[in-house]
Design a protein around this ligand. Structure first.
Ligand code: ZN
Length: 647
């Protein structure tokens, strides 16, 4: 080890910024936070006990593991799956390794060890590892990484991330050795004097930086820097530090921004950070759905123009939401600015979580904001009647969901020179340490995101002077904070962190009240799909209407009256038995007396609207929970009528 980077796997977090000179915040290990009875614990348990084992079996069934055994000679089988499918196994390994950071799962550990041994055995003598470019295709290695979409560096990146996650689970270096051998080959092939192109699917960049953090190998960081400085020639895209807008494939773009942010955290390259901030602003200004979904175009899974955000045809690939969640985390670690955490929270409770069924074993690839069942749909998610699938031919999203859920404890807290930061609220117990080494235990009690109160009990080993930094979400107007029952000295500001600086004693408490009135949101007028519509939110949760809860009319015909767009007209009702336990919103909607379906496509504009409307009870559920009760039409954005038009 020739570097000052700490490689103690026990204290490394999700994106290990312990020694990153340009990251304000230091991440915490996943294992330092134990989830208690709250929103995420049952999902993490389902992930570890159902999702991860089920996907292991599916990867076997679909030949993804046999692709490696074919190279070892232990199985005579045809190479199956798309070129990038090695990455699905690596992402599964990363998910399993992260789950092992929270749970003692001997059987899963055995599976991980067996898969690791088979991957290691399939590695070529020179360190190369990709199950497509072998045998007669060996001579074509790396020739098609750009225009040909070979995904060789992409798969290598996922291998590295899996290896680092495994190392941080228990210090086992078997997969790390495989990853380093491949990385060494990449340094010789793509490093100084070598090839000058790069993979059309980014991923390797952030993986190399994390491998540098785990091993201290400067040449891995240097290679990441070199790859980031290359254009994506096949698409005509400039290097990420020079790109003026978010363009192209959303997952690729998101991962590249992650790599750029990781590189900045180590090097302080101001040009990189300035452009990443510019690109983030481009995302927020017109390229992200209210659900945190990213990606408007089916064609090439890419960004649309600003404000081009169709609902029915939203692409919003689950992986794109994950990529932007990961990018937001890196920007948060660098800056400590709450605006990044706000977007991460929107993604995780909405456009990310809609990607997986309540059981945890079925997945959406894309996450539309409207679905119709009264007409044939060509939407990929409509296959099988708007149901999530256990397996997709391109199965990138399922293992990506699994690794994200397994990593969630690592996102709740960080430390910095100021003290301890609380970014996301869920019931848990955390063993953290201040930067001077003082241990601090925290207990968080809350039913967030359904209830408005969060209680934090601090237990430093002894009295300790530090700041507790609490994120006050942008939506939490009127938030209040009590310290040991007394109002905090400084009043909370939304969209910012509240610094509670004092000498904390064991047993001190902080009570946070985050008001969650039902909110009605409209979008920028340039979003054509949402003209005259509102979406309903409460706290961080976006709501939708599904046919199954609204028997009075198809939700395609549902309208809302403008005199009901106020919180006092809606009842907030928690239903523990519904959809795994959700808070539903009950109010009044408008039903046309005749179905809107009838009538010609185009009509004279001079004829007055003759439809009459009746007020009917309606019920909205959290968007993430839709499509868990059979085929049902759904919509997030609902048109509003002036109440004068109703009967
Ligand atoms: Zn995906």
């Amino acid at each position: 080890m020739t570097s000052s980077v700490s490689n103690d796997w026990r204290t490394a977090g999700i994106v290990d910024t312990r020694d990153s000179p340009y990251a304000r915040l230091k991440s915490m290990p996943v294992g330092s936070v134990e989830m208690a009875d709250g929103f995420w614990k049952p999902r993490m348990e389902a992930n570890a006990e159902a999702s991860i084992p089920a996907l292991h079996d599916l990867l076997e069934e679909h030949g993804v593991m046999d692709n490696f055994r074919r190279l070892i000679g232990s199985k005579q089988a045809e190479r199956l799956g798309p070129r990038f499918t090695d990455s699905d196994l690596y992402k599964w390994l990363e998910a399993a390794a992260l789950a092992l950071q929270s749970y003692d799962l001997p059987q899963l550990r055995q599976s991980v060890d067996r898969v690791t041994a088979e991957i290691a055995a399939a590695q070529q003598p020179d360190g190369y590892l990709h199950t497509w470019f072998v045998g007669e295709l060996t001579d074509t290695r790396f020739d098609t990484i750009d225009a040909g979409h070979s995904h060789e560096l992409y798969c290598a990146g996922h291998l590295m991330q899996a290896a680092v996650a495994r190392y941080r689970a228990d210090g086992d270096e078997a997969l790390l050795d495989v990853a380093c051998r491949f990385a060494d080959l990449l340094v010789s092939e793509f490093g100084p004097g070598g090839r000058t192109d790069t993979d059309s699917h980014p991923e390797i960049e952030m993986a190399l930086v994390e491998l540098y953090r785990a091993t201290g190998r400067q040449d891995y960081l240097d290679l990441a820097a070199s790859l980031l400085a290359r254009p994506q020639a096949a698409f005509g895209f400039a290097p990420i530090a020079e790109r003026r807008h978010l363009v192209g494939h959303c997952v690729r773009s998101g991962y590249l921004c992650c790599g750029g942010a990781d590189y900045y955290a180590e090097t302080g390259d101001e040009k990189m950070l300035a452009n990443l901030e510019h690109l983030w602003d481009d995302l927020i200004a017109g390229k992200i759905y209210i659900t945190g979904g990213v990606g408007a175009h089916y064609r090439d899974e890419e960004f649309g123009e600003p404000y081009e955000l169709p609902n029915l045809r939203a692409y919003a690939e689950t992986c794109a939401q994950i990529a932007h969640f990961m990018w937001g985390w890196r920007m948060l670690l660098i800056t400590g600015e709450a605006r990044f955490a706000d977007v991460m929270e929107t993604i995780i409770y909405n456009g990310f979580l809609s990607g997986v069924s309540l059981a945890g074993t079925e997945y959406f690839y894309s996450n539309p904001l409207a679905a119709n069942t009264d007409s044939a749909s060509t939407h990929p998610s409509a296959e099988g009647g708007w149901q999530r699938q256990a397996w997709w031919p391109c199965t990138c999203c399922p293992p990506n969901v699994e690794r994200t859920i397994a990593s969630l404890p690592g996102y709740l807290f960080t430390t910095s020179a100021e003290g301890i930061w609380v970014h996301f609220y869920d019931a848990c117990e955390a063993d953290l340490g201040l930067e001077d080494g003082t241990p601090v235990q925290l207990q968080v009690e809350t039913a967030y995101p359904w209830e408005e109160d969060v209680k934090i009990t601090l237990n430093p080993a002894a009295g300790a002077d530090f700041a507790l930094m609490l994120r006050i979400p942008t939506w939490a107007e009127g938030a209040t904070v009590l310290v040991n029952g007394e109002p905090a000295a400084e009043s909370p500001k939304t969209g910012a962190y509240l610094a509670l600086q004092r000498t904390w004693q064991p047993g001190d408490t902080v009570e946070l009240h985050l008001p969650m009135p039902v909110r009605f949101t409209q979008s920028h007028p340039y979003v054509a799909d949402n003209h005259g519509c509102v979406a309903i939110q409460r706290g961080p949760v976006v709501y939708c209407f599904e046919d199954v809860d609204n028997p009075e009319m198809p939700v395609r015909d549902l309208h809302l009256a403008d005199d009901r767009l106020a919180a006092e007209h809606w009842q907030v009702e928690h239903q523990a038995e519904l959809l795994g336990g959700v808070t539903v919103l009950r109010g009044e909607g408008l039903r046309p007396t005749l179905s809107l379906r009838d009538g010609p496509l185009y009509r004279p504009a001079t004829i007055r609207q003759t439809t009459s409307w009746q007020r009917v009870p309606v019920c909205a559920i959290p968007y993430y929970a839709w499509a868990n009760r059979g085929a049902s039409a759904m919509r997030v954005w609902v048109p509003v009528l002036r109440s004068a038009t109703t009967t």
